[in-house]
Design a protein around this ligand. Sequence first.
Ligand code: UDP
Length: 467
Amino acid sequence: MEKGKQTRRPHVLVFPYPTQGHINPMLQFAKCLTRELLSVTFVTSTFVTQSLRNTSSAKPLLLQSIRFETISDGFDNGRSRKDSIAFYLEKFKITGQVALTELIARLVAEGYPVNCIVYDPLLPWIADVSENLEIPSAAFFTQSCAVFALYFRYHEGSLSICDEKAETMEVPGLPMLGLQDIPSFLAPSNPYPAHLDLLLSQFSNLDKAQYLFVNSFYELEEEAIVSLMGRWPIKTIGPMVPSAFTDTMDPSDRSFGLSLWEEEECLVWLDTKPIGSVVYVSFGSLVGLDETTMSEIAWGLLQNQKPFLWVVRPPGVPQGYMGNELPVGFVDEVKGRGLVVEWCPQLEVLSHQSVGCFVTHCGWNSTLEGLSLGVPLVAIPQWTDQLTNAKYVEDVWRVGLRARVNDMGFVSRGELERCIREIMDGDRGVEIKKNAAKWKILAMMAREISGTSHRNIEDFVGELLHT
Ligand code: UDP
């Protein structure tokens, strides 16, 4: 080693938006960096840290080498549903800027200076803190490149959606889209303007970031990526799914590792079911389904006659989270045909041989996880980017079917049954299963040594090691 050259490992601070769907991929990225022998500090809010638990399905060794730090978002006892998103974000920004600056000063005082901050662009103020402290930053998008493109085009003014009746929309690098395919916050009748502001705020100071990562892979979204290249130097680093499922480097890394809910045992139950026979149903960590939808799904699953595993999160746990309630009388009717749990080890479930299809809200992680594990999807998107993901699932990657919403505004039990039947027993299912198997291989290849995503991660690590 030359005299005066740095001997300390580069230290990266990773800071996600504090929800499960953002923590998972960014924690996985943190694990990748520790595998590359970088030092990593992972930052979450006080409330989320108190609620997080180690998942039971696996204890990734890589997690042990990550340092965890907590800062206040101003809501240490959880956010009440009465606190608007705008109020939450403003308070988080004010509290977070000070807390993050203090944290970094403490790390420096402990001989642990930060070489790069990997931040969630839903918290754009982190890039300002980085700039003030002269620390390079990397924005990490937890949605797809297509969704990035849609919000960006809207932000720059080249995509205007002012007509409820607009039949199709042309966006560079994307397939023809209808109103039902664009993120719900971009629709003219969007009832959540503060959420749209949040999504658009990602671009407010994105030019300050030295790196721009997206949890996707090149082969999956080549056209969308190419369409953005001139403006944004996107580097795909996904799918950020624990390495046991994407390559052979670390078979013990079978779960993200931290979860806001206690995982319930369901693998033993799955073991008792025939190969490819089980319908797995989950709507992720945030969606609250209305009574009608819950009822149609419940009776649709029973009517379907196939064994099912359904994740139904109870409302209000942790505090402030929307949950879902089963229709009255449903549990008595299940009679061993299905298993309802509050939370499960989703990756273990999706990779179980008895699972034949995944009924999903098409959150970006769930979509990528289903695709990476080769499981055909039934898409029932609810809001935000889920609509665009569902469009790609059905029409671009052709790994599933999108359940149609009826004239009364919901997906009926008959429609759910039709989609499951077509996928699991019908002719269309044959092609869908073939495509799912193809994408599983491509996803794995992207993460393998010299795969497109792996190379992007290596380049980033290489630059940090040589500066
Ligand atoms: N998940 C899980 N167990 C469950 C349901 C979901 O571990 O029972 C995980 C899932 O693997 C994914 C995340 O929770 O990584 C949900 O993220 P997604 O983007 O799909 O949806 P969101 O919760 O953000 O709507």
